[in-house]
Design a protein. Structure first.
Length: 141
């Protein structure tokens, strides 16, 4: 499986952002779109942008959200093929000098952990077991 990249961006008005990007030709995955965020498909099975309401975006970092009009900041997320791969990558990052601002997150079908690199960028590593996807999420696919 190829490594996937999910770029997370805070947005002030989710519906306006979805409308804007739809006008540019992008599609959204309804399985991972709700009132807190929208999964914009950049390239099938490889690259996505998660448009997140600012309040939801704030739950992923202890840092203040950057004003993209004055500076730029994102949460970078890479896929993993197992929970072990998530833990191994975070372990390697910590060994190389990274810190872990958050504890691992286990949502049943989804497991993730992350690290802050030497420059302060936040990277998340996520494993998703689609066979364990909750029925209410699978029904919208």
């Amino acid at each position: 499986m190829a490594t996937q990249m999910f770029v997370n961006l805070p947005v002030k008005n989710l519906e306006a952002s979805k409308k804007f990007f739809t006008a540019l030709g992008f599609r959204f995955n309804p399985q991972f779109t709700n009132e807190q965020g929208a999964c914009m498909i950049v390239s099938e099975d490889h690259n996505y942008v998660m448009l997140l309401t600012e309040s939801f975006f704030k739950t992923f970092t202890p840092k203040p959200v950057s004003d993209a009009r004055k500076g730029t900041e994102v949460l970078l997320c890479l896929s993993a093929e197992s929970r072990k791969e998530v833990d191994d990558m975070v372990g390697k990052a910590v060994t190389a000098g990274a810190t872990t601002p958050n504890k691992p997150q286990d949502s049943g079908f989804m497991y993730g952990h992350g690290f802050e690199d030497l420059d302060g960028h936040l990277w998340e590593i996520m494993y998703m077991d689609m066979s364990a996807l909750p029925a209410d999420m699978a029904a919208t696919a």
